[in-house]
Design a protein around this ligand. Structure first.
Ligand code: B12
Ligand code: SF4
Length: 485
């Protein structure tokens, strides 16, 4: 079972399907967006003569009739049961099974029952140590990432192992790890425990990785792309001449502070995921989301729009101060500010987080069925809402935000026809054309959408946003000829 010496290894990396991806009502496009970058990062530590495959169960069937020596599985909370089943299968076949990722780090004992070895925290230091031990015939049972975390001198991600044509955004990239903030509901503090919680690549390595990616469009999957000002400044300076368009995520305060967001826009930032989370200060205080406290959310939206950056707003429902009005209040606010797309979540206390510890202490956790921890189900007892009301309100918020009339109204917030059209097509394209996405995925033609996406993400000039008028709600924006979709 254990490979001695330096002979080549047969390694299978697996991203098991998340539970909701196996639901008949799932949205295939959501799970065909990004390739499994974590696994491709780990694969880079193999030797050139090792044989590796990466199977992402969201985009291809997983065959179990093979005989790899080493099986490496990434475990998220809602694929945990599936991951354990696959792990048990391969262990019975005599393979050596490694489990790692967010859920393994949260609940190591649970995962250890299904693995030969488990990994806690990021894998850049622990996985190569394990490979060395494995080749020497003496692997340990647990590898924990502690001090010495770095992204310096990491080998280039094995993108050659990714079926790029199966993803809408093959050019996804991460140039930092973690986040400088400490929100109580976030995975971050538990995952990065014992070492640095936020660190970046060297700027020239990040730029070299970007240079290697084909086409124009990029998606930075970093938790907080603007988290380190000096790194951000140098990165965006280097990207200015690259003619890229890109998307990313950042916090409310980082968008208001200094001029980093302008520099990002100049380098090609066209859409950003922003964690507004809640419009209620008490909720922010209780969840230690200090970076949002006292910040003017409207100013955030206006600043981004004036730079031609679309907003994907993230909102959480069910925090302790949320009553029945929270759903309409939040949707109305997002529409009024011209937010392009919204991601709503039911608050979900993930094991390992401070929020989870508090809920357990208060006796409020309702289930430990990890399949339900997808932010679409209520797994704890809210204070001012019944669980059914929270679930219905969440479903209502999604439906309401993406009604045609509401999309049109939010689009009209913007000052120019081009900006309005861009908003309208991006938001409706994302949520209203499910059958087209399904067709493109089945026909393996997702990459054909890239030029369209790049067109929609082309820069619009930022005139002052105008307030949408009630009477305008049914009026759809006129498409200008230069709009490329
Ligand atoms: C891309 C992404 C997705 C993709 C996932 C597809 C994919 N191919 O992985 C999609 C769109 C499907 C998705 C969906 C969701 N996501 Co998501 N997603 C991300 C995101 C932005 C990037 C993931 C990534 O590529 N990271 C970069 C790589 C390099 O890191 P990595 O994958 O973690 O891998 C490293 C380590 O984990 C470790 N490792 C991982 N596996 C293994 C295995 C072994 C053996 C070893 C040694 C090491 C190891 O080593 C790798 C290198 O360091 C992260 C945020 C983030 N920055 O990580 C959120 C994140 C993972 N998502 C999150 C959430 C909440 C969700 C959703 C619930 C949101 C929603 N409501 O829809 C859903 C469902 C997920 C679920 N059910 O658990 C949370 C997870 C919270 C938690 N505690 O689980 C995160 C952390 C965002 C956040 N800041 O809150 N997501
Ligand atoms: S700002 Fe976002 S990524 Fe950072 S700790 Fe808070 S929720 Fe997590």
């Amino acid at each position: 079972m254990i490979a001695p010496g330096s002979r080549s290894l047969r390694v299978k990396f697996i991203l098991p399907a998340l539970k909701e991806a196996t639901d008949p009502h799932w949205r295939p496009i959501k799970y065909s967006l990004f390739p499994p970058l974590g696994l491709a990062t780990l694969a880079a530590y193999l030797s050139p003569d090792d044989h590796a495959v990466i199977v992402d169960e969201h985009v291809e069937p997983l065959r179990l009739d093979d005989a790899p020596e080493l099986v490496v599985i990434q475990v998220y909370i809602t694929n945990a049961y599936r991951a354990y089943k696959i792990a048990d299968h391969y262990r019975n076949q005599g393979a050596f099974v490694c489990l790692g990722g967010l859920h393994v780090t949260s609940l190591p004992e649970e995962a250890a029952a299904h693995a030969n070895v488990i990994f806690l925290g990021p894998g850049e230091q622990t996985f190569p140590s394990f490979l060395k031990d494995f080749r020497a015939g003496r692997p340990e049972r647990v590898y924990t990432s502690m001090s010495g975390r770095t992204l310096e001198r990491v080998p280039p991600i094995r993108r050659d192992l990714i079926r790029c044509g199966s993803y809408l955004v093959p050019n996804s990239i991460v140039v930092t790890r973690g986040c400088p903030q400490h929100c109580d509901f976030c995975y971050k503090d538990a995952f990065f425990q014992g070492g640095r919680g936020f660190y970046t690549q060297r700027v020239d390595d990040a730029l070299a990785e970007i240079e290697r990616l084909p086409g124009r469009h990029l998606y930075f999957l970093d938790d907080h792309l603007l988290g380190d000002r000096r790194f951000g400044e140098a990165l965006f300076e280097g990207m200015k001449s690259m003619s890229r368009v890109f998307q990313g995520a950042a916090t409310v305060d980082s968008i208001l502070r200094g001029d980093l967001i302008e520099r990002a826009a100049e380098a090609g930032l066209r859409s950003i995921f922003v964690g507004f989370e809640t419009l209620t200060p008490d909720n922010l205080r209780r969840s230690n989301k200090r970076q949002n406290l006292g910040r003017d959310y409207k100013a955030v939206a206006d600043r981004l729009h004036s730079l031609g950056i679309m907003i994907n707003g993230s909102f959480v429902f069910g925090m302790d101060d949320d009553g029945e009005d929270v759903f309409r209040r939040t949707v109305d606010w997002a529409i009024e500010q011209g937010i392009t797309t919204a991601t709503f979540h039911i608050q979900t206390p993930y094991p390992g987080t401070k929020l989870h510890a508090r809920m357990v202490q208060e006796g409020r956790m309702l289930t430990r069925d990890w399949n339900l921890y997808d932010t679409r189900h209520v797994v704890y007892q809210p204070t001012k809402l019944r669980p059914e009301t929270l679930k219905c309100g969440y479903d209502w918020a999604y439906q309401e935000f993406y009604r045609w009339g509401r999309i049109a109204r939010a689009s009209l917030h913007h000052g120019t026809l081009k900006h309005q059209a861009k908003h309208f097509f991006y938001a409706s394209g994302w949520k209203k054309f499910e059958s087209v996405w399904d067709f493109l995925i089945r026909a393996r033609q997702l990459t054909r959408v890239t030029p369209l996406l790049e067109g929609v993400l082309s820069r619009v000039t930022g005139r002052k946003p105008q307030q949408a008028r009630q009477t305008d709600v049914q009026v759809l924006p006129v498409i200008q000829p230069e709009t490329t979709i």
